[in-house]
Structure formats: structure tokens, C-alpha cells
Design a protein around this ligand. Structure first.
Ligand code: GDP
Length: 197
């Protein structure tokens, strides 16, 4: 897919205030620092469409970008657990679960995982929540340039084995690098294919 335009549309924390039209949208989510902003900028070939920042705890907003005037890329910053009152029950931030549960235009979520790390409980639990909520998603392993090919292959195998403890099959995944553009054609090609089905 050639990117001919990429425009910031709006930020808000309320799914009810997201764009009203019916264009298909794809949401990108992951832990803070996973490389989400860098990946979005790499996909769109823009230096700072999405704000890269080392600032943890930056305001958490649903950011809509209109791409090629016919689909939305949605940047959902850094998920984490929100503790419910005094109980120790862990749950994901409400605006994130609301977004995924209510947003009818959502086609697919992309869950970003740093390929260098061992499977982390919060990512596994988030994907389990997605599965239970019947929200389709694919995985994007980021920062692939940071590992040698053998180490990357090994980490992907470890991740797959871990996923197979709870999933019948490994969800579709992509391997990307914001530094060298790896995975860009595959990811945009995939979105393009779904959009044109
Ligand atoms: P976000 O918090 O998920 O939006 O993460 P950022 O995009 O701000 O990236 C966090 C840090 O990882 C920054 O220092 C980026 O330069 C670095 N980074 C992100 N993606 C890559 C990548 O693909 N390769 C390398 N080498 N560094 C990356």
C-alpha cells in the first residue's frame, strides 16, 4: 500500500467521541516504550506523526489518524493495569476496554511486543482478554533490528510456545523494525488486503 496521506484527526479518552463515519480502523496497542510511535511513523514514513517519547505516564488518549482518506490508524498509548477500588482485582484501563468493546468500526487490533523480552504477564493477559472478548488481533514484534537473526528466531519460538499454553494456535504475527523498515510491506499489505476484501 502506498501511503498518499496521513493526517492527525483527533485525540480523546471517550470512545463515544471518536469519529462518527464508518471507515475501517486498526488499533495499535502495547506497553509503554514498546516502540509503537516509532512503528507508526515508520509505517507512515513521517518523522513525527505519532509522538515518540520517553515520558512514562503521558496522557492516555485514543488518537485517530486518517490514512489515504479511507482508513483510520488508531494509536492507543501504553496499557497497564487499573486496580479496582480496594480489591486487588487487576483490570485494564476502562477507556481501553471500552474502546475495544464498543468501537464498531474496529477491524483489528495490533498488539505490539518487544521481540527482545520474554513473554510478559500483562501482554499475555491482555491478549487473553481480547480473545475472551472476541476482538480480533494480530501481534507485532517490534525492534527486530536489535537481535541477531538466531536470537530473534529463538525468541519467536519461545513466545509461540508460551502462547500455545493458552491458545489453540499462534495468532498471526508480524516482525518489524522502525530502524530499517522491516515488516512495513507485510503489515501495510495485510491492512490493504483486508480493506479491499
Ligand atoms: P512507544 O512508547 O511505544 O511509543 O515507544 P517509542 O516509539 O517512543 O520507542 C521507545 C524507544 O525505543 C525509543 O528510544 C526508540 O528510538 C526505540 N525504538 C523504537 N522502535 C525501535 C526499533 O525498531 N529499533 C530500534 N533499534 N529502536 C527502536
Amino acid at each position: 500500500m502506498k501511503i498518499t496521506s496521513a493526517e492527525f484527526v483527533m485525540s480523546n479518552s471517550d470512545v463515544a467521541k471518536c469519529p462518527k463515519n464508518k471507515l475501517p480502523e486498526y488499533a495499535f496497542i502495547g506497553r509503554s516504550n514498546v516502540g509503537k510511535s516509532s512503528l507508526i511513523n515508520m509505517l507512515m514514513q513521517r518523522k513525527s506523526l505519532a509522538k515518540t517519547s520517553g515520558r512514562p505516564g503521558k496522557t492516555q488518549l485514543i488518537n485517530h489518524f486518517l490514512i489515504n482518506k479511507n482508513w483510520y490508524l488508531v494509536d492507543l498509548p501504553g496499557y497497564g493495569y487499573a486496580r479496582v477500588s480496594k480489591s486487588s482485582k487487576k483490570t485494564f484501563q476502562k477507556f481501553i476496554t471500552n474502546y475495544f468493546e464498543k468501537r464498531q468500526q474496529l477491524v483489528l487490533g495490533f498488539v505490539l511486543i518487544d521481540c527482545r523480552h520474554e513473554p510478559q504477564p500483562i501482554d499475555l493477559e491482555f491478549m487473553e482478554w481480547m480473545g475472551q472478548s472476541q476482538i480480533p488481533f494480530s501481534i507485532i514484534f517490534t525492534k527486530a533490528d536489535k537481535l541477531k537473526p538466531n536470537a530473534l528466531t529463538r525468541n519467536l519460538e519461545v513466545y509461540t510456545q508460551k502462547m500455545l499454553e493458552t491458545w489453540e494456535e499462534m495468532p498471526l504475527y508480524f516482525v518489524t523494525s522502525a530502524s530499517n523498515g522491516d515488516g512495513r510491506d507485510e503489515l501495510l499489505g495485510y491492512i490493504n488486503q483486508i480493506n479491499s476484501d
